[in-house]
Design a protein around this ligand. Structure first.
Ligand code: FES
Ligand SMILES: [Fe+2]
Length: 405
């Protein structure tokens, strides 16, 4: 198949009746998302103020479930990896019973960091490199040399645990002291995404990008395709930005689907699919790509033959590390002629276009001339995201006032 078969036009007058209806629904979703009065982009401080950034890390990265990696990174008991969550080093490990646990990387004796290696396998216990306090993989303090003669009670000094849960092969942690179960944040996503069988997929490729932009610019950009005809000519040849539907924005996530153009089979350099469909997908699911953001840091892009996952790691108010991974079915990966360069190349190029425009956004917003600009009705999801940011900020402020009074 060649791109010669693919219509390159994106004139509104060429929309079919059904596409118009869908486009109408999408605009309607945008209206439902709250554009009664025209919503504007966020003020500059949301992208430039370090104090604002600190509050956001508190609210979203210490206060919500954050995706830290994949279950396959802890394929067997005692394996571990470290994840820096907004400056907090977290140990994520699996105990002998197969349960994932997560702890602050902090010894209960004098606070020393316990682990230095980014990943590895514990020899049954976690031992502090300073005075040798040892902890079980469930965080219990097992040994503390020379502490027995001073009324010391070991059970009072377990590792500082944080919430850890798995969903569909993704591992999440939650640093909040009081937290709801992960399923509350995921809402209907587990049922909605079950057919893709993400828990069965394995990573083929990981790329890490350093983006000089605030994390929210990257979320906003991922959640609209109004920019696709201008910024992503290659992507625009594969999917029509007016196709598909958005879900009604939810408390824990936003997203929607997009349909392939005629003759296209997946998102790849030429639209051709060189791998079998993921088992379990129905006809309709084979013709779309799903783009979802699970707040605050996970983008899931579900394709007919693979899943791409981005995680966002804010480093500063104007800098974000983005990790992009491509996951495939092991049956396909085991084939001698398995290849995925068509997919990785396509998305790497698209990623770089998105990061580049996000960096330009950051630069422009820093200008003294910047004022919040009007969103279009087709930018309903970024609007919903912005409202969530502002709402959480207000709620955080109220909580702080109550604590202060
Ligand atoms: S600081 Fe960890 S054992 Fe002393
Ligand atoms: Fe984009």
């Amino acid at each position: 198949m060649s791109l010669g078969h693919i219509s390159l036009g994106w004139n509104m007058s060429k929309l079919t009746k059904s596409m118009r209806a869908k486009a109408g629904r999408r605009a309607e979703t945008s209206r439902q998302a709250g554009t009664r009065a025209q919503q504007k982009t966020l003020p500059r401080r949301y992208y430039t103020d370090p104090e604002n950034f600190r509050c956001e890390m508190e609210t979203f990265f210490y206060g919500m479930w954050v995706c830290v990696g994949r279950s396959e990174q802890l394929a067997s008991a005692r394996e571990f990896f470290l994840r820096d969550v907004a400056g907090e080093s977290i140990i994520i490990t699996r105990n002998e019973g197969g349960v994932v646990h997560a702890f602050y990387n902090v010894c209960r004796h004098r606070g020393t960091q316990l682990c230095r290696e980014a990943e590895g396998k514990f020899a049954g216990r976690i031992q502090c490199p300073y005075h040798g306090w040892t902890y079980g993989l469930d965080g219990k303090l097992l040994g503390a040399p020379h502490m027995d003669d001073c009324g010391f009670r070991r059970e009072e000094y377990p590792l500082y645990a944080v919430g850890a849960e798995e969903w569909a092969g993704h591992i999440f942690v939650n640093l909040a002291k009081r937290r709801d179960p992960l399923r509350e944040q995921l809402g209907e996503l587990p049922g909605k995404f079950a057919a893709w069988g993400m828990q069965n997929l394995r990573m083929h490729k990981r790329m890490v990008y350093d983006v000089k932009a605030n994390w929210k610019l990257i979320v906003q950009n991922y959640n609209e395709c109004l920019h696709c005809p201008v910024l992503h000519p290659a992507l625009h040849r594969i999917t029509d930005y007016l196709s598909g539907d958005n879900d009604r924005p939810q408390a824990g996530y936003i997203g929607g689907s997009m349909e392939f153009r005629s003759g296209v089979q997946t998102m790849s350099t030429d639209g051709e699919r060189r791998r079998a469909h993921l088992p379990g997908l129905n006809e309709k699911q084979r013709r779309v790509v799903m783009y979802y953001t699970v707040y605050p840091n996970l983008f899931l892009s579900l394709h007919p033959d693979y899943v791409m996952a981005h995680t966002l790691w804010p480093q500063a108010v104007d800098r974000t590390q983005v990790i992009c991974e491509w996951h495939f079915h092991p049956t396909e990966m085991a084939k001698v002629d398995f290849r995925a360069d068509d997919v990785v190349e396509f998305w790497d190029q698209t990623n770089r276009e998105d990061w580049g425009i996000s960096e330009l956004g950051q630069k422009g917003i820093c200008s003294r001339a910047y004022q919040p600009g009007p969103y279009s009705p087709r930018e309903g999801l970024p609007q919903a995201f912005d409202r969530m940011i502002v709402r959480c900020e207000k709620e955080g402020g109220r909580r702080q006032n109550q604590l202060d009074s």
